[in-house]
Design a protein around this ligand. Structure first.
Ligand SMILES: C[S@@+](CC[C@H](N)C(=O)[O-])C[C@H]1O[C@@H](n2cnc3c(N)ncnc32)[C@H](O)[C@@H]1O
Length: 384
């Protein structure tokens, strides 16, 4: 980011009315509905929105020792009625839907105060709800008065632009993050505290609802790719921007309060991006780049005339085939692709030759699929 990029800018009324070039990696000061109106249709990959909760707190909250609790009492959370809140929600959500790419998704976080109204409006607008994530706070604030259950979770609605969207979901990356088990919809994460919590000179929290970076990490890793554009229309202190920068995604922040913008700018400036070489994530075998077996021959990883054998457990590797110059296999006068020949041996209609055939390397038989992975990695490095 250049120093110029780091400056938040105020959109003039004139620029709001015409569609602008997207302000990547910048924070825009203003009302998110107006600002989003200036963005082109179908231009954003992922939206993370942490809108006002409409908590309607009338009195200050205090702990049993009479110390003050930092509730959400700021102006940005004040609406005269549910009707006014719903109207605001409808307007920003309609704009968000217009600018979301067809394969993009939106995440909206909220509490019991607003999430049911938000979900209802989303469905009425034609968003298609994919999941409701429960963010289970491992260290929630107690219910000081002892009049209700401890409120220990928030809900995040994850939705696609409409029912027909072919949305992005990095299923395998999530499974890896969860040690090989499918990631579930209940996320156990602590609230934002410690060094991550932004404080002013007097040690007071800069923002009453700063979200933990771990939450955004999971959101962005699951639904976006490197260099994607992530919009947060309620940017606050920039948690979305900080994690987007860490993960090599572009962000756009919109925020109405300048004091939060200043804190966010400083915070994001200090973030170090993860090196490109570590940003790729696990993908399904199907989604991997297709490599014909012939490419391995062409590139010298397997030489014409090499002997391939079946798996160890198949009667002492008795099945043998010879690789020809064009990547086909020759076996007992018969020839065909690695897949056709492995299917033939096993008497099957079809078979994956990559996970059947082995080739000798340094005195050991190795699966040709390993050589394919090696080839893909070399290819990737060459192209970077
Ligand atoms: C719940 S907080 C978001 C906190 C943020 N996720 C973080 O981690 O710091 C909502 C933010 O939206 C901002 N906001 C409220 N209404 C807005 C509007 N109409 N346009 C832009 N920002 C708005 C508020 O100033 C507040 O900072």
């Amino acid at each position: 980011m250049t120093p110029q990029d780091e400056d938040a800018f105020v959109m003039s009324k004139k620029s709001i009315n015409k569609k602008i070039k997207l302000p990547l990696n910048r924070i825009i000061n203003g009302n998110c509905i107006d600002i989003m109106m200036s963005f082109p249709d179908n231009s954003i990959d992922v939206i993370f929105a942490d809108p006002p909760y409409n908590l309607q707190l009338k009195n200050e909250l205090s702990r049993p020792d009479s110390s003050k609790v930092n509730g959400v009492i700021e102006d940005w959370d004040r609406f005269k009625s549910f009707k006014e809140y719903d109207q605001f929600t409808k307007e920003w959500m309609a704009e968000a839907q217009r600018i979301l790419k067809p394969e993009g998704t939106i995440w909206v976080i909220g509490s019991y105060h607003n999430i049911f109204r938000v979900g209802n409006i989303m469905q009425n607008l034609g968003y298609w709800i994919l999941n409701d994530i429960i963010w289970h706070k491992s260290n929630p604030m107690p219910n000081f008065k002892g009049t209700r259950f401890t409120n220990a979770h928030e809900t995040i609605i994850w939705a696609s632009k409409n029912h027909n969207s072919k949305y992005n979901f990095n299923y395998h990356a999530m499974k890896s993050l969860n040690e090989g088990t499918q990631m579930r919809s209940d996320w156990h994460l602590p609230i934002c505290s410690g060094n991550e919590r932004l404080k002013d000179m007097d040690g007071n929290k800069i923002h009453s609802t700063q979200k933990p970076e771990a939450l955004l990490y999971r959101v962005l890793l699951s639904s976006s790719k490197k260099d994607d554009i992530v919009l947060d229309p309620f940017f606050g202190t920039g948690t979305t921007g900080a994690v987007a920068k860490k993960l090599g995604r572009n962000f756009i922040g919109i925020e109405r309060e300048v004091s939060y913008i200043n804190a966010a700018k400083k915070r994001i400036r200090e973030i170090i991006s993860t090196g490109d070489e570590f940003l790729s994530t696990t993908v399904s075998k199907k989604a991997q780049k297709r490599v014909p077996f012939g490419s391995l021959v062409e590139n010298g990883l397997i030489k014409p005339g090499s002997v391939l054998r079946g798996p160890k457990n198949l009667k002492s590797r008795k099945f043998m085939a010879t690789v020809r110059a064009d990547g086909s296999l020759l076996m007992n006068g018969d020839s065909g692709s690695i897949h056709q020949m492995s299917a033939k041996i096993q008497g099957k209609e079809s078979s994956n030759g990559w996970t059947f055939w082995h080739v000798e390397r340094k005195g050991k038989y190795e699966l040709i699929d390993n050589l394919r992975s090696e080839f893909l990695n070399v290819d990737k490095i060459k192209n970077n």
